[in-house]
Design a protein around this ligand. Structure first.
Ligand SMILES: NC(=O)c1ccc[n+]([C@@H]2O[C@H](COP(=O)([O-])OP(=O)(O)OC[C@H]3O[C@@H](n4cnc5c(N)ncnc54)[C@H](OP(=O)(O)O)[C@@H]3O)[C@@H](O)[C@H]2O)c1
Length: 225
C-alpha cells in the first residue's frame, strides 16, 4: 500500500483523485486549510497562504509515495479590479505554497515518489484574471524545473492542465452562455470531468518513466473554433 498526500482533497478534482487512489487500495492523507478536529492521521492541516503552516510540515513524519497539488484559488479579478492581496494569494496557493511544501516534505518523499501539479488551459490561452493565468503558467515551469532538480532524489514531477471542469465551483459560477462557449471550443463538444483529471493524475503518479511532462485535458480546445 502506498501513501499519497492530496492537497485540496475536498475540491472537485481532489475528491475524485482521492477516490481513485483509495480504489487502488492506497492510502490518502487529505491536505486541508480547514481546522482539523482531534488527532487524525488521515488529514493534514496545510494553509498554502501561511508560511508558518508550511514550516510546521518539518514535524510531519509519515513517509510519502507522492503528493498531488489540487488546491486552487479561482479566477476572480480583472486587471482593472485587481488588488495586491489577490495577486499574492493567487501566487501563494498555486506556486510558492506548493514549492515550499515540496521543500518541507522532501525528507518524507521516498525514492521513486511522484509529484503531480494541476495547471490550467489558462496557462496557454490566458484568462480574464491575468494573475490566474500567470500563476498557472508558473505551475508548469515549476513542475518542469522540479522534475530536473528532484531527479537526483529519484522523484518524478509532472503536471495536468485541464480546461473548464464540469461541476467545479468555477463551472457552477458561470452563466449557461459561458459554459456553452467553452463546450463549443472543444473538438469533442464536452467539458473535462473531475474523473478525467483524476485518471490523468493517477496515471502520472504510477507511470514510472514519465517525468517533466504536461498532460492537456481540454478536448482539443487549441484546435477548436
Ligand atoms: N475547475 C476548473 O474548471 C479548473 C480548470 C483548470 C484548472 N483547475 C485547477 O484545478 C485545481 C483544482 O480545481 P477544483 O475546481 O477542484 O477546485 P475547488 O473545487 O475549488 O477546490 C480547491 C481546493 O483548494 C483548497 N484550498 C483553498 N485554499 C487553500 C489554501 N490556502 N491552502 C490549502 N488548500 C487550499 C480547498 O480545500 P480546503 O478548503 O480543504 O483547504 C479546496 O478544496 C486548481 O488548482 C484549479 O486552478 C480547475
Amino acid at each position: 500500500m502506498k501513501t499519497y498526500l492530496v492537497v485540496g482533497a475536498s475540491g472537485s478534482i481532489g475528491i475524485k483523485t482521492s477516490e481513485l487512489i483509495r480504489t487502488n487500495n492506497h492510502r490518502v492523507i487529505k491536505g486541508t486549510s480547514k481546522k482539523i478536529e482531534g488527532n487524525r492521521t488521515d488529514s493534514l492541516y496545510l494553509d498554502l497562504t501561511d508560511y508558518n503552516s508550511i514550516t510546521k510540515l518539518n514535524e510531519f513524519g509519515t513517509p510519502l509515495d507522492g503528493i498531488v497539488f489540487a488546491a486552487g484559488y479561482e479566477p476572480k479579478q480583472s486587471i482593472i479590479e485587481m488588488s495586491m492581496e489577490h495577486q499574492n494569494k493567487m501566487i501563494q496557493i498555486h506556486v510558492t505554497g506548493p514549492l515550499n511544501t515540496v521543500k518541507a516534505l522532501l525528507k518524507n518523499l521516498k525514492e521513486d515518489a511522484a509529484i503531480v501539479f494541476v495547471s490550467s488551459i489558462a496557462a496557454n490561452k490566458g484568462s480574464y484574471d491575468p494573475m490566474y493565468a500567470t500563476a498557472k503558467g508558473a505551475v508548469i515551469s515549476l513542475s518542469r524545473t522540479l522534475a530536473v532538480e528532484l531527479s537526483k532524489h529519484k522523484i518524478r514531477v509532472n503536471c495536468i492542465s485541464p480546461g473548464l471542469v464540469e461541476g467545479s465551483p468555477v463551472f457552477n459560477g458561470m452563466t449557461t452562455d459561458f459554459r456553452e462557449k467553452h463546450i463549443n471550443n472543444t473538438l469533442n463538444k464536452r467539458l473535462a470531468k473531475p474523473d478525467d483529471c483524476a485518471a490523468a493524475i493517477n496515471f502520472l503518479l504510477t507511470q514510472e518513466h514519465i517525468t517533466g511532462q504536461v498532460i492537456h485535458i481540454n478536448g482539443g480546445q487549441y484546435f477548436g473554433a
